[in-house]
Design a protein around this ligand. Sequence first.
Ligand code: MG
Ligand code: MG
Ligand code: MG
Length: 309
Amino acid sequence: MTVCVVGHSNPDTDSVTAAIAYAALLNAQGTEAKACMQSEADVLNPESKLVLDRFGLAAPEALSDAAGKQVALVDFSDIGQGPANLVDAEVVAIVDHHKIGDVTTNNPILFRAEPVGCTGTVLNKMFKEAGVAIPKDVAGGMLCAILSDTVNFKSPTCTDDDKAAVAELKGVAGIDDTDALFMDMLKAKSAVDGVPAKDLLFRDYKDFDMKGNKVGVGQLELATLDQVANLREELMKAMAEVKADGRHTVLLMLTDVVKEGTDLVVLSDDPAMIEKAFSGKLENASMWIDGMMSRKKQTVPNLQEAFGC
Ligand code: MG
Ligand code: MG
Ligand code: MG
């Protein structure tokens, strides 16, 4: 059976390129594998689209139902972020850089998770350990994923391993100027013109279970907050709709990549608890949090503490 390598829902560049890269590694090692992604009607986010085009990579094929399939997970290990019926699939491998989620298996599997900034960094090590050369186009995708996940090395999730991986992958991919590449990606990912508010909210969005409460956290990385100044009302409306669908809290991180901070927009059954979690004060349902860049390392841990997870 072909192993379907798949990243989290609402796939980001790491989920897309890690699926491509890990499928390539598995195939090189004699395990038949194909890259997949969870996406309805092939809706790639604009950053990922740019990355695939830039390096001539094919988009992974759509996988919405995992029942009866052999799957390898990249960039996540939470059932809630997986395809439908993941519990009825056979998970054969996990490669990740997040907190360990709630996926369990009946058999021993390859499980590789490291506290680094990107799955691409872990995969770069795995290629080297396996003695498998990374194809040039795949290296380009992995490089972009690291730049994206670490916000060009500015995120607190960034480690020396990520920087070392970029230095190596640059050579393989034939890229000189990674800052210019990152700015092209940022321009693509922060483009908001003509995009419906709900699509913006879901562009980079994850649901979490916090002590039985469903909590959604979206993030938009922007070159400046001015980009969304006229969209606030629409975004709040979209958040309210999503919240009404059984969620305790919906947060939207409007992250200013240049100022290195986040305007956190909050819709919650308990706004006071969210204020306390981030030691801030909400004004018009939002608060500026200096230095906040990472959902994984800053937003989610604070929320988990507040919810008593
Ligand atoms: Mg990701
Ligand atoms: Mg990632
Ligand atoms: Mg991200």
